[in-house]
Design a protein. Structure first.
Length: 393
């Protein structure tokens, strides 16, 4: 067992009509003028944004708005948000959406609270000293950014996608109403389920020591995600299934499923960041397209964990060798991805990189990782290239 610090300060308000607590929470955390940050037109067309405006206006809380956040959120919009907040003297950021909006809000918060270029933090050339307060109204169960310390931003110049992790960015509150996710498309829902599952899997596969209680929590969470993702394929309006997934999304990325173990692999995430930066693909779909290739490349170095995962999570029966059990577990994950219409290769994703692009992807990933990455198996640039090449098929 490893020593650990578990820090999850976000206040969560879960359930139907929890949006009605918005104004009291903004006031509780010191907000006097708010930036409403959101993505596309669905927030407006669904009536959610109008409802929020009415709530704030009824309580005489002034606000300004900035829409246009896109998947693989852009640095250029972060800069726009920083400038707007400074011009309007905003002191609180309310993110209305999923991971891309929340990550943008965190980045804007860094930019407002620190001098210099906010991109420096994502390039890891310096550390943030402060962050503006951020609140969340979650509309997509996926990234877990509503309770996490992470933020991922894409710089258009050079197609560079980078993450920055700091407790300063953890949201003050998160409003989680599963009903807000019922209008999502089947594809968005499946991408979200994949991301939730991967956040726990990235912490689970390790050759280092673990804690039994953490393993049991992680395994139960992964089984819950798989079960309810399949329910939503049959019944997309199922509120109970969406509630299970929304809470699983928060717990999968707030640190809980990594407490006391040596796992923080995140190799598949880092490999996907480069694919997302270069080809602008949906994050969850990029993860599913790469995971099987990563797993087959590393599983012999982490065989006990892959064997346990196959049995405890994917339901692989007895009677096989450890290696065969592990491989059947990997196959079962890919069958699950296909069942929720997620790709299991880059070609299925619709991405066909050249050999030159594959080499560039591996090189950029190596730079982002500081040379090596992984706890299931230490990966260097040559390993990263091999995984990308495997994933093309």
């Amino acid at each position: 067992m490893y020593q650990f610090t578990y820090y999850a300060p976000t206040e969560v308000i879960f359930g139907a009509d929890s949006i009605l607590k918005t104004e009291s929470l903004i006031k509780k955390y010191g907000g006097k003028k708010v930036l409403l940050l959101y993505g596309g037109g669905s927030v407006r067309s669904s009536g959610l944004l109008n409802h929020l405006e009415e709530i704030l206006e009824a309580e005489s809380i002034p606000y300004v708005e900035l829409g246009g956040v896109v998947p693989n959120p852009r640095l250029s919009l972060v800069y726009r948000g920083i400038d707007l907040c400074r011009e309007e003297h905003v002191d609180f950021i309310l993110a209305i959406g999923g991971g891309s909006v929340i990550d943008s809000a965190k980045a804007i918060g860094y930019g407002l609270a620190n001098d210099g270029d906010v991109w420096d933090f994502y390039e890891h050339t310096r550390q943030a000293k402060a962050g503006f307060p951020v609140g969340v109204i979650l509309t997509i169960a996926a990234a877990g950014s509503e309770m996490s310390w992470g933020s991922v931003i894409t710089k258009e110049e050079g197609q560079v996608k980078r993450a920055y992790d700091d407790d300063l960015a953890r949201p003050k509150f998160a409003i989680l109403d599963p009903g807000l996710t019922q209008s999502l498309s089947a594809y968005q829902t499946s991408c979200g389920c994949t991301d939730i599952l991967m956040h726990t899997m990235e912490r689970y596969f390790t050759v280092e020591s673990t804690m039994e209680i953490t393993d049991n929590i992680a395994e139960a969470l992964m089984r819950t995600v798989i079960k309810n993702a399949l329910v939503l394929q049959r019944d997309p309006g199922n509120y109970a299934a969406r509630a299970e997934l929304m809470w699983a999304g928060s717990l999968s990325h707030n640190g809980l499923t990594g407490c006391g173990n040596g796992g923080s692999d995140f190799s598949t995430h880092m490999l996907e960041h480069e694919i997302g930066g270069m080809f602008d693909v949906a994050h969850g779909a990029g993860l599913s397209a790469l995971w099987g290739s990563w797993a087959r490349y590393v599983y012999l170095s982490c065989l006990p964990r892959f064997e346990r995962f196959a049995v405890q999570v994917m339901g692989v029966g007895a009677g096989y060798s450890p290696e065969k059990t592990a491989l059947k577990g990997i196959e079962a994950v890919e069958m699950f991805f296909r069942a929720i219409h997620m790709p299991t290769s880059l070609s299925e994703l619709g991405v066909f990189p050249t050999e030159e692009q594959l080499a560039q992807l591996a090189h950029m990933c190596s730079i982002a990782a500081g040379g090596t990455m992984g706890t299931a198996k230490k990966l260097k640039e040559g390993d990263m290239l091999a995984i990308y090449q495997m994933a093309v098929q």
